[in-house]
Design a protein around this ligand. Structure first.
Ligand SMILES: *Cc1c(COP(=O)(O)O)cnc(C)c1O
Length: 481
């Protein structure tokens, strides 16, 4: 009598990947969750970041595992090789680039999304409704009409690329999707402080980086110069079609005059896109919202929830005012994706009509849970607090004789230099401080010189963390004088 295979494998049937013993895996899962909470509660006790020793790095040089290992052993490898050597952006002393800190509720949402394993490419199910709710909340935050279209993506780099494609299709008509760009002379405009991913978006869209003109000026797009350049390009036979404003430049946090740009775009019949990667969330603060006046008039906005909103990576978003224009750039008929008015194939339009992805994870859940649990007002206050900390940092720098501010601190980014140190010394000093584990600043270049840069994004940061950064700079600078 042949044995029942389900009995042989302890209750599993056939080749299922579910565990033979749920109890053991369940216990391991509880331990993982406890460990993760311990890590979050104890962040301050550890270094901001630590370099990974060479022998641990070798742990990632293994060949493809043919045989499985117990889940406990795999988790031990995670604890040894990965957990201690992450970016450090959860830590209150992390000031590098523009990184969000994550939240415990966001972490739990990621776990739930993993358990549900929903595919948000399309079809009629609650996770899609959840994403539409997040998009509607985002429209409300931006002052967009309630029927605006939107879709969650990895981040603003991709959202900006998609915006270029939407604007291109709006300018040339849907036929461009069949014929390609051949011979078109589309031109767009931004300030020299625009994020590098925007130029690359024009490259990836097939328009070429040179189709994005950087209008000379300081860190904001100058409307008068922009207008003159548009007129000149039109005379030269080009086809101006798009202006990219920035709400919160990555270098200094500067915000373009979005209202002026919106008006100019209306008069010149140009698509107005705003890269509001982290700045958009300032709309949740009554005090900061006026800085972004005009964003509500944009044709499209790219933004990230994984920066100022502290949603765990990754969670970006493209919003498009005109839902038809959005779909015109991406929707495509396919027999295996046919829609119905009932059953699982209902719910048209699907998110796969709004971007390049077909299979998509449930990013929306962590945004939905974050906004519901903390509430928009509390997130707005937290954002104001990071700006106040930037003010504190700027004030300390102005009072220190050996330090000088390199740009005004508009939002939450502070750039500064140490008197008497050259460019290389600033880069070395930043690396010294990162390696010390005390703080993690980054660098950028302003007016042709390397500067130290602190972007205060993390909701856990306090005045003492900012002071620790300044103290570390003051203590470390003499090495390079
Ligand atoms: C962070 C950032 C980007 C890139 O966004 P990702 O989410 O990292 O792809 C683009 N523009 C600005 C202004 C940014 O701050």
């Amino acid at each position: 009598m042949p044995q029942d295979p389900a009995q042989e494998s302890g209750g599993r049937s056939g080749e299922s990947l579910d565990p033979a013993d749920w109890t053991t895996l369940r216990q391991l899962g509880h331990r993982m969750l406890d460990d993760a909470f311990d890590q979050l509660q104890g962040l301050r006790e550890g270094p901001v970041w630590r370099s990974m020793p060479a022998e641990r790095r070798h742990g990632f040089g293994a060949s493809l595992p043919r045989e499985g290992a117990p889940a406990e052993a795999v988790y031990e490898a995670y604890l040894r090789l990965i957990a201690p050597y992450a970016t450090g952006n959860r830590h209150p002393g992390f000031f590098g680039w523009v990184h969000g800190g994550g939240t415990p509720v966001g972490m739990l949402a990621e776990m739930l999304a993993g358990a549900l394993n929903a595919n948000l490419g399309g079809r009629d199910h609650a996770p899609i409704l959840c994403e539409r709710q997040v998009v509607a909340w985002t429209a409300e935050m931006l002052g967009f009409p309630p029927d605006a279209s939107g879709v969650l993506v990895t981040g603003t780099s991709v959202a900006n690329l998609m915006a270029v494609l939407v604007a291109r299709t709006a300018a040339l008509g849907e036929s461009v999707r069949a014929t390609g760009l051949a011979g078109s002379r589309l031109i767009a405009y931004a300030s020299p402080a625009v994020h590098g991913c925007v130029g690359r978006a024009f490259d990836m869209a097939g328009l070429g980086r040179q189709a994005l003109r950087l209008v000379p000026g300081e860190d904001r797009l100058d409307p008068a110069r922009l207008l003159a350049r548009i007129a000149r390009d039109r005379r030269d036979g080009h086809l101006p079609f798009m202006v990219v404003g920035t709400a919160g430049t990555v270098d200094t946090g500067a915000v373009d005059d979005l209202a002026a740009l919106a008006e100019l775009c209306r008069e010149e019949a140009l698509w107005f896109h705003v890269d509001a990667a982290y700045g958009a969330l300032a709309m949740l603060s009554d005090r900061l919202r006026p800085l972004l006046a005009g964003i509500e008039q944009a044709h499209s906005v790219a933004l990230d929830f994984h920066k100022w909103a502290q949603v765990p990576y990754d969670a970006g978003c493209l919003m498009v005012r005109d839902a038809e224009a959005h779909q015109a750039a991406f929707a495509q008929p396919a027999s295996y994706l046919a829609r119905n008015t009932r059953g699982l194939a209902a719910g048209d339009p699907w998110p796969c009509d709004l971007g390049p992805d077909l299979s998509r994870g449930f990013r929306a859940l962590k945004v939905w849970m974050t906004l519901q649990h903390y509430g928009a007002d509390r997130i707005g206050r937290m954002i104001e607090h990071t700006c106040a900390l930037a003010g504190h940092l700027a004030a300390r720098i102005e009072h220190e004789p050996g330090l000088e501010l390199s740009a005004p601190a508009t939002l939450n980014v502070v750039c500064f230099r140490c008197a008497g140190l050259d460019d290389d010394a600033h880069a070395e000093l930043a690396a010294d401080i990162q390696e010390s584990g005390v703080a993690a600043p980054s660098t950028t270049r302003i007016a042709g010189r390397t500067v130290l840069r602190a972007a205060i994004v993390n909701h856990r940061t306090e005045p003492r963390d900012v002071d620790a950064l300044v103290d570390a700079v003051i203590a470390g600078a003499p090495r390079y004088r």
